[in-house]
Write a protein that binds this ligand. Structure first.
Ligand code: SF4
Length: 231
């Protein structure tokens, strides 16, 4: 069944494949940028600008809801400050953004709600689905959930071809720190692996040199013995 659908979008690159697939399914789509999680504000503006530019080329309307990072800090941010696990923080984050999108959709005669968060393997897919379903139900909307993650590599390729800005963290300030720490850990892991490989090569080189030295010494002794017989 085709519907008038509001697609909550987290950024331009993650919108490419969900928009294509939902349009192929016949839905009449508008995009909703409801992402008060994103920090700092300059990053929010950058992601929105990238999304807007691409959607304008595609002829897809974009609604951007008010940016309220303080509201985000009072919900998902409070979970983090309270020492809760990442899943709880992300659940509160999804709930806030999808609730805003669902309320807008209901107030503007949309029939269905979906989200581009379903394309990223870095999101907590099951948690996101639960929050999308709950928000849609609260506002009498059909929930259009599809696990778009198999299309993530295509989305990555297409966004690179289009020269789109691709952020390297999810959105909130905590995720920026986490992503930085993960990159540093990966770099340290690679450096440690390279050091082990170099040590192994060095050991092999030393072993070859020792074998060659032993062989040379043996040959030298043979020559010495042969020479002693000649005198
Ligand atoms: S990591 Fe992403 S989904 Fe989780 S709280 Fe931060 S911005 Fe929200």
């Amino acid at each position: 069944m085709t519907m008038k659908l509001l697609l909550h979008a987290c950024c331009g690159p993650c919108s490419l494949e969900p928009v294509r697939l939902l349009q192929e399914a016949g839905h009449d789509i508008a995009i909703c940028f409801a992402n008060s999680n994103i920090a700092p504000r300059t990053e929010y503006d950058r992601r929105l600008d990238v999304l807007r530019a691409w959607a304008a080329d595609e002829g897809i309307p974009v609604v951007d809801l008010p940016y309220d990072n303080a509201a985000w800090a009072a919900s998902a941010g409070a979970v983090e400050r309270g020492g809760g696990p990442r899943e709880d923080r992300c659940r509160a984050c999804y709930a806030l953004r999808l609730e805003e999108a669902a309320a807008y959709a209901a107030a503007h005669d949309y029939e269905a709600l979906s989200t581009t968060l379903a394309v990223s393997p870095y999101q907590l897919s099951n948690v996101c689905r639960e929050e999308l379903e709950a928000a849609a139900e609260r506002h009498g909307l059909a929930c259009v959930w599809e696990d778009f993650r198999p299309y993530y590599p295509t989305a990555t390729l297409r966004s690179r071809e289009l020269g789109m800005y691709r952020q390297n963290y999810c959105g909130c300030a905590y995720s920026m720190d986490e992503a930085r720490a993960e990159r540093a850990a990966r770099k340290a892991e690679k450096a440690a692996a390279a050091a082990v490989r170099e040590a192994e090569l060095e050991a092999a080189r030393a072993e070859r040199a020792a074998r060659q030295a032993a062989y040379d010494e043996k040959q030298r002794r043979k020559r010495e013995i042969r020479n002693s017989f000649r005198h």
